[in-house]
Design a protein around this ligand. Structure first.
Ligand SMILES: Cc1ncc(COP(=O)(O)O)c(C=O)c1O
Length: 402
């Protein structure tokens, strides 16, 4: 068994990395200070899995980088991954490749609803959902999650009310959920599906975090709770991008079992010239799925250890701060409202005083005021340093810390 090194933080300065550049825009002096690692945007401070790096180098050196589509081997690899990891067998004909899951959501909204239609999202949620819906001239209909102590659950009574509105045509589900870290159980998904299908609301399930599931939990793909007939009303979005840190390669695999929906989706993609991926995407995805499973297992161990560190540090030093349990994703959701700061104050404190560059809770919806999302996909010593910076800054401010 190979052992991979998740203790080294790669130097991304000069790479145009969005997570780092957004920190430099806030504080240009940090370009000369490699001790501060941002913990915001959802990519990882880890190098590409070696098998992927080797496959891409081989492609660049020995092959022609012309217009490229998915080969039979590619489709087998993608379908095989879903079979092996998630226990379902999508038909190869259901697969549509798009250069990202956000583009797929934008396409689904545009292809399968009409201007002015309502699309449900479950806030707080990954903010591009709202952006894609609004940019397409559709209306966001919020079905906020309910916070039950340290867990979030769906509000089915509210969902029923919203799904039954005449103009509501679609729901975009986040499964596992970013930022609250829930891995939805089969019965939860079935209840949601019952309500949506009864009102002919199309189900778009963003399962980009499906492989990043913590010990004791398992991801249930939406297709596995639906009958073959019901599947014709769903779109399932998957990708190797979160799992293997390949977001910049822009490769997503979208499963659309219903012929009619698939035809409309593809026509929209073709009309916007989004029907073909870059040549690197297919090679990277295959090398990830076929040769990097052990890398993933070890990565999950690191994320889980980081989550446990976050929880135990918070319990010990930050009474009143709520660190939510991590069932899936590598994103820690935490409630700092006990510190009594406004959302703006909290952001300023984190950035200017603690030098922590996180994703502010309000990005994900108004329910996120007072919350922060912390990216755990980093070397453990990076997270440790961040927590100690936070403790020191909180002491200076006389916040209730121990
Ligand atoms: C729920 C969710 N969907 C989609 C994405 C991004 O998708 P892509 O980069 O493939 O467009 C992210 C990235 O953080 C995400 O968390």
């Amino acid at each position: 068994m190979l052992t991979y090194d998740f203790t080294v933080t790669p130097d991304r300065r000069g790479d145009g990395a969005e997570k780092w550049e957004s920190m430099y825009r806030e504080d240009p002096d940090l370009r000369n200070n490699s001790a501060i690692v941002p913990l915001s945007v959802a990519d990882m401070e880890f190098k590409t899995p070696p098998a992927v790096a080797e496959a891409l180098a081989d492609l660049a050196s020995h092959h022609v980088l012309g217009y490229t589509g998915p080969t039979r081997e590619y489709v087998e690899s993608v379908v095989g991954w879903q079979q092996r990891r998630h226990g379902w067998t999508p038909k190869p004909s259901w697969l549509v490749c798009t250069p990202g899951v956000v583009p797929a959501i934008a396409l689904a909204v545009r292809a399968l609803t009409k201007p002015g239609d309502g699309v449900i999202i479950q806030t707080p949620v990954y903010y591009p959902f709202r952006m894609m819906i609004e940019a397409a001239g559709r209306k966001v209909v919020e079905n906020p999650l309910l916070r039950k102590d340290d867990r979030y659950v769906m509000d089915y009574a509210d969902l029923e009310r919203k799904a039954s509105r005449k103009n509501v045509r679609m729901i975009v589900l986040c499964s596992p959920h970013n930022p609250v870290g829930r891995v939805w159980r089969r019965d939860e998904l079935r209840k949601l599906a019952d309500i949506c299908l009864a009102h002919d609301v199309i189900l778009v399930s963003d399962e980009i975090h499906d492989d990043l599931v913590m010990p004791g939990h398992s991801h249930v793909t939406l297709c596995n709770v639906l009958t073959p007939e019901e599947r014709k009303r769903c779109v399932v979005c998957t990708a190797p991008s979160k799992t293997f840190n390949l977001a910049g390669v822009q490769c997503s695999n979208i499963f659309i079992p219903g012929k009619k929906l698939r035809r409309r989706f593809k026509a929209e993609a073709d009309g916007l010239a989004l029907g073909m991926l870059n040549a690197f995407a297919y090679t990277a995805c295959r090398a990830a799925y076929d040769q990097s499973e052990e890398w993933l297992e070890q990565l999950i161990g690191v994320v889980w250890a980081n989550h446990q560190l976050f929880v135990s540090f918070t319990r010990e030093h930050f009474p009143g701060v709520q660190a939510f349990p991590l069932e899936g994703t590598y994103l820690q959701w935490a409630d700092f409202s006990a510190w009594g700061m406004s959302a703006e104050e909290l952001e300023r404190f984190m950035k200017k005083e603690a030098r922590l560059f996180l994703d502010e809770g309000t990005l994900f919806g108004e329910q996120g005021a007072g919350y922060e999302r912390i990216n755990l996909a980093c070397a453990t010593n990076v997270l440790q340093a961040a927590l100690y910076r936070l403790l020191a800054a909180a002491r200076v401010r006389n916040l209730p810390v121990v």
